[in-house]
Write a protein that binds this ligand. Structure first.
Ligand code: NAP
Length: 518
């Protein structure tokens, strides 16, 4: 069995017993072990701050971008091997493995391009400079952004060990801040292999990227005021970290990406059989089945007019019945298992809770029989469609994220006011979609949904054949949502870099400021 090591202090380091097992959730086989016990976390942080930080800050955006480009190319060249590891570690289908691994190389490449555009500079100018007093045309003020002088600690969720790690790393490194990354233990093998590809080719300058496989140990106790913590995972863990020693006592910058009850609202103008209706139907099926619904951005609630709910239930049920679920190595399988048995248990509990406020109209949460596996083997889950006829009176439907292939159809009266009120009950989402070709309805609803979401898609009949899927996170657009979703903001091109760069006001002689910083 593979024993994962951590890449720290310039070399690969073995952890000590006890080890945590990594299990292929399709076969129940133990495939690897990880432990970070015995690592000196204070030294890891120090190495990032004193070795990685200075060398990154000595580089221009263009040079950092060029480094990210080499990473993207090297990982792309190793793509087949990385997809294989993803399939074994996460039990993913090949399509789901590509979604994660290609997301990583794509985001690295995007930030490499941004670095090139930013050119031979080491700071960002923030807004216009301004004359500060009425009688002096010389005394000016301006704002610039400079990289913080600490380290970025990144903690990732199990569902995106590739994209999650490198999307965060790309932004931080382009900003000029070294990274200590800790992926979720259960899928850390994938991240381990990716970092190994880079270290084997000598592509990581000392201290710029360190990897912890296993628990974070005391890592977070060593956070200081110039460090940053970016976390992705459950709201419960996020809340613990926000209140931890480092963040509170040292005022460390914290970014939390957490749970989200994302919504898709179908306008009252939507007609069964139209192109837009097909897009909606296919999108819902994709959101439910891609990565077995284990995407933070996946649609959890579909807000559907009463006049359309029966037809949509029938059409979705037909589509879902066609999806073959099982061991991704078996012929024709399109959906793999959940991440582990605990997630399967959580899915069953969640569906049972939601069933108290709606009724199951498709799927069986206790289903045990799947393609290519013995009955009861693996952490598989049937897609579940629920119908809730009184969503404004429901609570769990809007509060319990079932992290799996589960969607609730929330019936509404077709008005902007009711749709907005239903979506808002989710108390902060990563992404919501409005599917309507009625400009007035779409325009008014987007405005209502905007304060509750990190990203809103407005899809009409003219764009539905070109639109990216609801759950796809793009590096040039904001990712992160208010409230329950954690209140974080990542990516969004330059915007994501702001988290790692301190904005400072500079006052002085206009000519000198222009020379030094403009
Ligand atoms: P989790 O249990 O909260 O774990 C997330 C990460 O936190 C893991 O790396 C975990 O390490 C680590 N961790 C756990 N306890 C910790 C502690 N006390 N101190 C420091 N680190 C700690 O979440 P998950 O089950 O992996 O992920 C699923 C959740 O993530 C879902 O709710 C999903 O919505 C959310 N998610 C959100 C986004 C987003 O962008 N908003 C993206 C993906 C997933 P170990 O694995 O070693 O325990």
């Amino acid at each position: 069995m593979i024993q994962l090591q951590s890449y720290v202090l310039g070399g690969w380091s073995k952890g000590q017993a006890p080890f945590r097992d990594l299990v292929n959730p399709a076969t129940d086989e133990r495939v690897a072990q990880a432990s970070s016990n015995g690592l000196d976390m204070a030294a890891v942080m120090d190495h990032a701050r004193t070795v990685g930080g200075p060398s990154l800050r000595a580089m221009s955006f263009e040079e950092r971008g060029a480094m990210l480009r080499t990473w993207s190319k090297a990982l792309y060249a190793a793509r087949e091997a990385l997809l294989d590891v993803t399939m074994v570690n996460a039990g993913s289908t090949r399509g789901d493995a590509k979604f994660d691994v290609d997301g990583a190389t794509g985001t690295l490449s995007y930030y490499a391009g941004l670095g090139k555009k930013l050119g031979d500079r080491k700071w960002l100018v923030d807004g216009e400079s301004e004359q500060l007093t009425r009688n002096s045309a010389r005394f000016y003020g301006m704002h610039i952004r400079v990289p913080i002088q600490g380290a970025a600690v990144h903690i990732g969720a199990f569902n995106f060990p590739a994209w999650g790690t490198f999307a965060k790393a790309a932004v931080s490194i382009l900003a000029g801040v070294p990274v200590v990354t800790k992926p979720a233990s259960s899928t850390a093998w994938i991240t381990h292999e990716m970092v190994k590809v880079l270290t084997d080719q000598g592509l990581i300058p000392p201290g710029v990227l360190q990897l912890i496989c296993g628990s974070p140990g005391t890592l977070l106790d060593h956070l200081g005021p110039q460090d940053a913590l970016a976390f992705t995972g459950s709201a419960d863990t996020g809340a613990k970290l926000r209140g931890g020693h480092g963040p509170v006592h040292a005022s460390t910058a914290v970014n939390i990406e957490a749970d989200s009850l994302n919504a898709m609202v179908l306008g009252p103008d939507l007609e069964r059989g139209s192109d837009l209706y097909h897009w909606v139907k296919n999108s819902i099926v994709l959101e439910m089945t891609q990565k077995a619904g284990q995407k933070c951005t996946a649609v959890r609630r579909v807000v559907v007019p009463e006049s359309l709910v029966d037809a949509l239930t029938e059409d979705l049920s037909e589509e879902l019945a066609r999806i073959s679920i099982g061991d991704p190595r078996a012929e024709g399988v399109r959906m793999g298992p959940l991440n582990n048995r605990a997630q399967q248990e959580d899915y069953r509990e969640g569906v049972s809770l939601l069933s108290g406020e709606g009724r199951i109209v498709y799927g069986d949460p206790e289903r045990e029989s799947f393609e290519g596996v013995k009955d009861g083997q693996g952490a598989f889950a049937s897609p579940i469609l629920l119908r809730c006829d009184a969503p404004l009176q429901a609570e769990a439907v809007h509060a319990r994220e079932v992290f799996g292939p589960v969607v609730t159809l929330c019936v509404y009266d077709g008005s902007v006011a009711q749709a907005a009120a239903i979506v808002a009950k989710g108390q902060g989402m990563l992404a919501s979609t409005v599917a309507s070709s009625d400009r007035k309805f779409g325009g008014e609803l987007v405005f209502e949904l905007a304060p509750y979401n990190g990203r809103v898609m407005l899809i009409d009949k003219k764009v539905c054949d070109q639109a990216t899927p609801h759950g796809m996170v793009l590096p040039n657009l904001n990712h992160g949502g208010p409230g329950r979703a954690g209140g974080g903001a990542e990516l969004g091109g330059l915007r994501g870099m702001e988290f790692y760069m301190r904005r400072v006001a500079i006052q002085g002689n206009r000519g000198l400021l222009d020379k030094l910083f403009a």
